[in-house]
Write a protein that binds this ligand. Structure first.
Ligand code: NCD
Ligand code: ZN
Length: 438
């Protein structure tokens, strides 16, 4: 670590989980040392004091699905810029997907991403290892080596590509069960999505765009649930996007299959009516579905059928997005806008409490990935990885002002009430009022 021992911190006037009267929280040596009205009494004189005006205090968020683009596309994002975006979004840990250039399919690359993340020091950057060499879906990688390296890789995924071959997926699941690691599947049967750029439905038909049917996702979800059952393995479904996927997840969980799933803020909020503009910013994999899919995804997150929110933060250069819709690269930014969106859709509506939001943005993702120092309760003795949320800010999204090196946000100009106003990682303030604290 390049950072020296963090000074003590006193957070005054915060409401853990948005519950009860404001309290003070004392942080020392990276841990929560005291909580209560008199928590500051034991604070040494050099303690840094922040009055947070009654803001909501939550465990720092954990993102199971981030694209940081380093190595290879440092013009669109780096581990440093992506870590800054994560910290500004309230994240204290992110899982960096393997589809870099070269891909994270061997220990040299995964250890290097881990090391750079540690040097940046704004959040934990856990590299995801590829399941197959070159993400080609043909030959398994040395998962054991990546797991045993400095990065201690515990999540593997070919995300961006589906592990489409059932025999390869079966072997990957068997191997992962032995290693105690997790396979995260980008569920897309490639034979059903050839040339597809938009959700297959009335909108794509009218706009003349080639359709990506729900069945391309659902057939893989069903297949992998069954393969996981028979391998005695766990499987995680990336960016669930359809009503049928929700039904299959419920079925699989009811059978006792070890399956988990994430949903993105954009699939919770947006639908394919956005495509009327033909603006490439709305192109994403899986595609924005219909309003009824978004409704089912929100209900599944509330009920626990879908375990957690993951951003699928996917930075792309302007020239890759500001072009003909079908030529635009799929993917949208997500780290800095996730909390405001989930709060608007689920907390401000009364469907979820702040504690529920902590479950889907921190506790469950940490559990799914097996992180023991993240997603922890706000209690004395626990690691101080925390997010501070002002529920009544009025924040308008401007792509060019985001910390990400790219600006491909589909929320340009939208105003949200809830905003992350501070993040604490390992007992140190990493962001405050929208600024990164170096
Ligand atoms: C992702 C990317 O750009 O790497 N794109 C996307 O549309 N989601 C890949 C992925 O998450 O599938
Ligand atoms: Zn994906």
């Amino acid at each position: 670590m390049t950072h020296t021992e963090a000074p003590g911190l006193l957070l005054r006037n915060v409401r853990p989980y948005g519950e009860g009267d404001p309290v003070d929280v004392l942080i020392r040596d990276g841990l929560i040392a005291a909580i209560g009205a008199d928590a500051g009494a034991a604070a040494p004189t050099d303690t840094e004091v922040h009055d947070l005006g009654g803001s909501v205090l939550l465990p720092g968020f954990v993102d199971l699905h981030t694209h940081l683009r380093e190595p290879g596309r440092e013009d669109t994002e780096t581990i440093a810029s992506g870590s800054a975006a994560a910290a500004l979004g309230g994240y204290t840990a992110v899982f960096a997907m393997a589809n870099t250039q070269p891909p994270q399919d061997n220990q040299t690359v995964t250890d290097s991403v881990w090391r750079i993340g540690q040097e940046v020091g704004l959040c934990a950057v856990h590299p995801v290892g590829a399941v197959t060499v070159g993400l080609k879906g043909e030959q398994l990688t040395e998962m054991g080596q990546m797991a045993a390296g400095a990065a201690g890789v515990r999540v593997f995924s070919d995300d961006g590509m589906c592990v489409y071959d059932p025999l390869i997926m079966r072997r990957a699941l068997e191997y992962s069960a032995g290693l105690g690691v997790l396979i995260a599947q980008h569920a897309e049967e490639p034979r059903l999505t050839k040339g597809a750029v938009a959700h297959e439905g009335p909108t794509a038909a009218r706009l003349g765009l080639t359709g990506w049917p729900r069945s391309a996702e659902e057939s893989i979800v069903a297949r992998d649930a069954i393969l996981a059952r028979d391998a005695g393995a766990r499987v995680h479904i990336c960016h669930a996007s359809t009503t049928g996927t929700v039904e299959l997840l419920k079925w699989a969980k009811d059978q006792g299959i070890s399956i988990s799933a994430e949903v993105t803020p954009h699939h919770l909020l947006l639908d394919d009516s956005k495509l009327e503009t033909y603006d490439g910013v709305y192109r994403v994999n899986p595609p924005l579905r219909e309003a009824k899919d978004a409704r089912a995804l929100r209900a599944a997150l509330v009920s626990g059928v879908i375990d957690c929110v993951a951003t699928d933060h996917a930075p792309h250069a302007a020239q890759e997005k500001c072009c003909e819709f079908a030529a635009a690269r799929p993917g949208m930014l997500g780290l800095e806008t996730a909390l405001p969106i989930v709060a608007a859709l689920l907390v401000e509506t009364g469907d979820m409490t702040w504690r529920d939001l902590a479950r889907v943005m921190s506790v469950r993702p940490a559990e799914i990935a097996g992180l023991t120092d993240q997603g922890r309760p706000i209690e004395v003795g626990e690691p101080a990885n925390l997010a501070v949320v002002d529920p009544d800010s009025s924040w308008t999204v401007i792509g060019d002002e985001l910390a990400s090196l790219s600006a491909n946000t589909p929320y340009e100009g939208m105003t949200f009430s809830a905003r992350v106003v501070g993040t604490i990682y390992r007992g140190r303030v990493t962001t405050r009022n929208g600024e990164v604290i170096a």
